[in-house]
Design a protein around this ligand. Sequence first.
Ligand SMILES: Cc1cc2nc3c(=O)[nH]c(=O)nc-3n(C[C@H](O)[C@H](O)[C@H](O)COP(=O)(O)OP(=O)(O)OC[C@H]3O[C@@H](n4cnc5c(N)ncnc54)[C@H](O)[C@@H]3O)c2cc1C
Length: 507
Amino acid sequence: MHKHIAIIGAGISGLTTIKQCLDNDLIPICFEQNSSVGGVWQSEEPHSPVYKSVLTNTSKEMSTFSDFPIPADWPTYLNHSQIEKYIDMYAENFNLLPHIKFNTTVLKVSILPDKRWKVKYIIQCEREEKEEIFDFVIVCSGLIRKPRWPEYKGMNLFKGEQMHSHKYKRAVDFKNKRVLVVGCGSSALDIAVELTHAASQVYLSVRKGKLPWITPRFINDKVLDHTSRFSAHMIPPSIRGRRLENNIMKSFPYPSHLKPTDPLIASYPIVNFEIFQCLTAGKVIVKPNIKELKSENKQIEFVDGTVLEDIDVVIYSTGYNIDNSFLEEHIFTGGCEVEQEFGKDFYRLNWLYKLLFPPKYPNIAFIGFTVGAGAIWPVSEMQARYVISHIKGFIKPLPSQSEMEKSIRNSYESIRKKYCRSARNALRINYVLYMETLSKEIGCYPYFYEIIKKFGFRFWKLIMFGTFTPIHYRLLGRNSWDGAREAITLYNQDNFKPITNEKSINS
Ligand SMILES: Cc1cc2nc3c(=O)[nH]c(=O)nc-3n(C[C@H](O)[C@H](O)[C@H](O)COP(=O)(O)OP(=O)(O)OC[C@H]3O[C@@H](n4cnc5c(N)ncnc54)[C@H](O)[C@@H]3O)c2cc1C
């Protein structure tokens, strides 16, 4: 029987989910509150957290969709307009737009007695709320939704400007101002560096009083996130982490009092290069956590007793919370019991089998709710392939509710032991190993024997020891792609080729 499927969100995750539906003769309806596709990357949308100077921190070889390679002659790391262009090319090439209801906000998704879902939505130009019934709902609403604000004494009294980093777009808006950036994630460091070109002084407040692990995009002549399937399987993450730590320490002038104390593997490295130059030149000055914002002289006091005066703007780059407010919490969280067992950080997170299915409701799935030291896009694509294979009955049915609960508990236990306690880390995956696991169940894993039989030994060596790329999962099985072999070969040619054909990326 034809299944009626709703997809919520037309960012990267929603787009690839539509594509995987169409590949398998399912016609979904995708609800998107914005007027265009791309989610966070759509800088014209009012809530986009992306600033114009952003550069991906995952390489094109690792970030590409598996059957629509980012052109090989584009740079290793994409800038903002290249990302937008790639997303538009993907949507256009696979004719995804007709399946999207734009300017349509999903207000509520509720379960019916017959276990189907009622989706209540509103089209922005019409006042009237509408409802539709679906057999399956796929939530692709994104991790970066509700700006997270810290709480400091005196925030309400401070006379300078205070803003969240999602409102930050360009440095020139801060010309000759004294700016304090709060946070030490990718956006905080990017913004601090960029501000040095316009602001009169930039300060960076880091909660723990230490810098995070910071790495450039290329290290020891290698693209940072490039790995081979062999290394990903054979070299334990702890050893890879220690290697990277050593390389970072050898290459960068970490002021000794700001060196990170946690091992790299317990958190994740921030990709940035220029920050060290700014630190050594005093253009960015690191401060510890804020103690209090004061009403007089735009003063800010820090936990070490130091005080800054005349701070014109405070930019809180303190992250985002998931906002699935259109769903009742019990659908995707573990409830009070889990809160008691794992603590608050974990409670707010999705209690999902394989980070996809809530054990109580196997006809709703969540795509794109992962973080890791790897690109999100191909992970969302693989998740979508897995979910569609589940809907179509191509893979074995999900285990019982109690088995799924047990599996989630085990994976959270192991994350808790390995990594720092943070909301982000609870959604953490090992990029390659997670992809490998799902691909084996779907039937698109590049098994040794089958690759040699179909493509020969030399090509197998490329799959094993060459640069890993998600295109590997299009060589075999359902929805394989004839162009995969050639694309993999191209991606394994000189990765450091300078861009010579300006037209190919700007046209
Ligand atoms: C500055 C920055 C740099 C980044 N760099 C990288 C990188 O280098 N590599 C990488 O892999 N990732 C990076 N990311 C992460 C990025 O979030 C992912 O790459 C990816 O774009 C997430 O896509 P998504 O579709 O899951 O979510 P989103 O892009 O957030 O899309 C969700 C969509 O759902 C829609 N939506 C939400 N709620 C509703 C509702 N109720 N009704 C209707 N529509 C709704 C939203 O409007 C949005 O369009 C970066 C993020 C930022 C902010």
